[in-house]
Ligand binder design. Structure first.
Ligand SMILES: Nc1ncnc2c1ncn2[C@@H]1O[C@H](COP(=O)(O)OP(=O)(O)OP(=O)(O)O)[C@@H](O)[C@H]1O
Length: 808
């Protein structure tokens, strides 16, 4: 109810009078916009024409009243006829003089805004241009009259003339000049704070000239006396194209003023141009002081979208030099002898089965070569498909896979492993245009296809991924590749990881980035990586709760998904007092969920399935891995909710069927060779290799960057038995210190709303939610009712005091 009330009182004046619905009509706006643009051009032409024709037309205008002025006999000389002559006469001569040109300019802008050709803040422009017009009118009446005295109109129009004379009579000519100067400075300062500097420099010209220092650019590639530091910035992808490190050293006087009060960013890719007014930007990556989260709260400029990276704008994504480069990286090694031998063998084997070939073409990938065969006329593909096993057997090589036919082509593919297998380095994948320029929300660069193309998918679209394969075939490396690609693209405010590792060894390497990139349930245990089964259950339940509360926030914001929600948030369309916060994507990675299902069964399976079913819209995505691809682990429920599948080598065809619903994974060669399925046909991909030292370096780099001081706190999960336990199960020492006060506020106001608690105590949404849960446990408020406030079960303060005493 409270939320509804807030929304109702929010109606703007234009909504109340119904103007908003008219303004929202796109077609009307478009037509009206075009009319305005044309009208503004017409008026400008009329104004210009007035300079030469005004003298003649003015005498006719003065002889007639406005309704008589119809240019029946072509008396008016203005290019825009009698109407143009009259409008020009009125606005230029009678009103604002030369500054009247601002009127059609504004009309044109309004028209372009309505047509939606430009995004213009019309109200702001209206006030600025109006002030400018009045000022220029007065100033030109005073300053230009001596020059344009002979003209038929005063350069400031009647308005300017009247105002300047009136002011001059009161304050004299110097007073008038002072007023004009003062208003100009105030107005320009309002438009740009740079004005202050300009005025300071004008007032102290000597200091300005002596204080200016030169700047220079130092190309570290030429002179290696400074440590090279290529920087991958979040929003400047050009670094990938030009990894040559450049340190730019800028120096100037105006160091103390940063742009619009925002913290200065370290951007080593900024180009140095002229020496005028360039700010100092020094790359101090790695040793910056940690900012304080309270920095954000002061920012109120609604015309500038909120920077989602605030307050950690100095955070830089890991650099490419942290990754290892390999010999022959990205260039497949082609052994012609091997290729010819393979070709001859294939032709021979196929001929022996009575299959004639028209052409054969080889595509050499990093670990596998694809032979694409066009059968001779009359050979049925089904015949080859039936011979699949025999052909594979005759070619007698591990990892042969026959694709008959290659989807979308009338050809047959035979995949044969190369003798020498190249490693696909993570560096070669991340240092690619595909990855660098991707617009994906959660890009995961997995590896290279057989045709040496970078294989990338958007986890946000998948939306969940199941990884399976026998032990030692590259699963853990695959999970690391997924996490690494996300870390190379995402800012800590945009992504949080929940790492679950029952094996206890795989993810411990990520502990250093807990503060920046992890989310955890509140508890005494500081360990950010979850290894214990009970904590896994708690975390998954907590994620379910977070999912529900995110849905509530989306509903309140009128957004359909996290992307829309965050867009609204950065554009100031959400009320912060309603508890809105920028929502990071949450990626849950579970290595070996088979162990978990075996120990906790449904308690694990149910929340996983629930999150998988519903969490896509609220930005929670799961990557779950198992080395036991059996139907008891990968249940129908799990399978149905994990459309993305990554299959590494398995030992039996049945396992391949469990993962991919078809054979294939049993024919892989291991060491990162995999089949990726998302839709119809699986794609064979060589997974990118990222080694432990590389991950350590990346994590150290991230840990040294400015960023959050704590892991993100997930909401306190609802325990299965909490509903029935009532207040009897409450432990007072575990309660939030604000519990008693919050209880009192809720009872006195008879409002069980989380956002009210949040506002009242100026606390975050998570803490307020936790308080509300404790109030529910204590029997003070009822259960959650979607986005409605909860029912308050205690009616007055006396009953509350009795209850609190009982709890103690
Ligand atoms: N993409 C890859 N490129 C090259 N070699 C790889 C790749 N992936 C894995 N390997 C090799 O295979 C070994 C085992 O890989 P990994 O540890 O990822 O297997 P796993 O399936 O996770 O095994 P387990 O289930 O026992 O943890 C690695 O140490 C590495 O030598």
């Amino acid at each position: 109810m409270a939320k509804k009330k807030i929304m109702r009182t929010d109606k703007s004046f234009s909504e109340v009078i119904g103007l908003k619905s008219v303004l929202q009509n796109d077609i009307l706006n478009f037509i009206f916009g075009i009319i305005l643009v044309l009208l503004s051009i017409y008026v400008i032409i009329a104004f210009i024409s007035y300079f030469s024709t005004g003298q003649y037309d003015q005498s006719i205008i003065l002889d007639h009243s406005p309704h008589e002025i119809l240019n029946k006999n072509g008396e008016f000389k203005n290019s825009c006829g009698s109407f143009g002559a009259f409008v020009s006469y009125f606005f230029i001569s009678r009103c604002f003089g030369l500054s009247a040109f601002i009127i059609p300019v504004f009309m044109g802008m309004a028209g372009l805004r309505l047509v939606r050709a430009y995004k213009i803040n019309l109200l702001k422009w209206f006030f600025c241009l109006m002030i400018a017009m009045i000022w220029f009118s007065v100033a030109s009446a005073k300053l230009l009259t001596p020059i344009m005295g002979s003209s038929i109109f005063n350069p400031g129009g009647d308005h300017g003339l009247y105002c300047s004379q009136w002011l001059e009579n009161i304050v004299g000519v110097y007073g008038l000049m002072a007023i004009l100067l003062l208003t100009a400075v105030v107005f320009l300062t309002y438009l740009s704070k740079e004005t202050i500097n300009v005025v300071r420099n004008i007032l102290n010209p000597v200091g300005t000239l002596t204080g200016r220092v030169t700047f220079g650019i130092k190309n570290l590639a030429e002179k290696n006396d400074v440590q090279q530091e290529p920087v991958t910035t979040l929003d400047d992808p050009t670094v990938f194209d030009n990894p040559e490190p450049q340190q730019v050293v800028f120096t100037d006087t105006n160091t103390e003023n940063t742009d619009k009060g925002k913290p200065e960013t370290n951007d080593t890719t900024t180009k140095a141009e002229s020496g005028e007014n360039q700010k100092i930007i020094i790359n101090t990556t790695g040793n910056e002081t940690k900012a304080d989260s309270s920095d954000v709260s002061g920012w109120k400029d609604l015309s500038v979208p909120i920077d989602p990276h605030e307050p950690w704008t100095k955070y830089r994504c890991p650099t490419l030099d942290l990754l290892k480069k390999y010999e022959n990286d990205g260039k497949p090694y082609i052994d012609m002898k091997e290729q010819t031998a393979n070709k001859n063998r294939i032709v021979e084997v196929l001929n022996s089965f009575g299959v004639q070939i028209k052409t054969i073409m080889a595509t050499v990938g990093p670990t596998i070569t694809l032979y694409e065969i066009t059968p001779a006329e009359g050979v049925k593909i089904s015949k080859i498909r039936n011979l699949e096993d025999d052909i594979a057997l005759s070619l007698a090589a591990l990892g042969i896979r026959i694709i008959a036919p290659i989807p979308g082509k009338g050809t047959i593919g035979i995949e044969v492993p190369n003798k020498k297998q190249n490693i696909v380095s993570m560096e070669s994948i991340l240092n690619s245009k595909r990855f660098q320029e991707t617009a994906m929300d959660l890009p995961i660069a997995i590896g290279k296809t057989i045709t040496n193309e970078i294989f990338m998918v958007d986890l946000a679209k998948l939306p969940h991924l199941l990884v399976a394969g026998a032990t030692g075939q590259g699963k853990s490396v695959g999970l690391n590749a997924i996490i690494t690609s996300l870390l190379y693209k995402k800012h800590p405010n945009e992504l949080k990881l929940v790492l679950i590792d029952p094996k206890k060894v795989e993810f411990s390497i990520y502990a250093p980035i807990a503060q920046h990139f992890m989310a955890k349930v509140p508890d005494d245990n500081e360990e950010p990586i979850i290894t214990d089964v009970t904590k896994v259950i708690r975390t998954l339940n907590s994620l379910c709760k977070l999912m529900d509360s995110r849905y509530d926030m989306l509903k309140l914001a009128g957004a359909r998904n996290i992307k829309e929600y965050n867009k609204k948030y950065v554009n100031h369309q959400l009320k912060l007092t309603d508890g809105h916060e920028y929502m990071p994507y949450i990626v849950v990675v579970i290595d070996e969920f088979g162990d978990l299902i075996m120990t906790a069964g449904k308690e694990i399976e149910m929340p996983i399935a629930r999150i998988a079913q519903l969490a896509r819209a609220v930005g929670i995505h799961m990557v779950i891995a198992t080395q036991r691809p059996t139907t008891s682990i990968i249940t129908g429920n799990i399978k149905a909710n994990f459309p993305g599948r990554m299959a590494f080598r398995v030992s039996a065809m049945i396992d391949s069927r469990t993962i991919l619903d078809r054979p294939g994974a049993n024919q892989l060669i291991g060491r990162g060779d995999m089949l990726f399925l998302n839709g119809n046909e699986p794609v064979r991909v060589q997974c990118a290799f990222v080694d432990t030292p590389e991950i350590e370096r990346i994590n150290q780099y991230i840990a040294s960057q400015p960023g959050p001081l704590e892991p993100m706190e997930l909401p306190e999960p609802v325990e299965a038995d909490s509903a029935s336990s009532g207040s009897g199960g409450m432990e007072m020492h575990n309660l939030d210190p604000l519990f008693a006060e919050a209880a009192e506020v809720v009872v006195l106001s008879q409002q069980g709303s989380t956002s009210m608690i949040q506002r009242r105590f100026s606390i975050g949404y998570n803490r307020a939610g936790r308080l509300m849960d404790q109030l529910e446990k204590a029997g003070i408020v009822g259960a959650t009712q979607g986005s409605k406030p909860r029912e308050v079960l205690i009616q007055d303060k006396t009953s509350l005091e009795a209850l609190l005493a009982q709890l103690k």
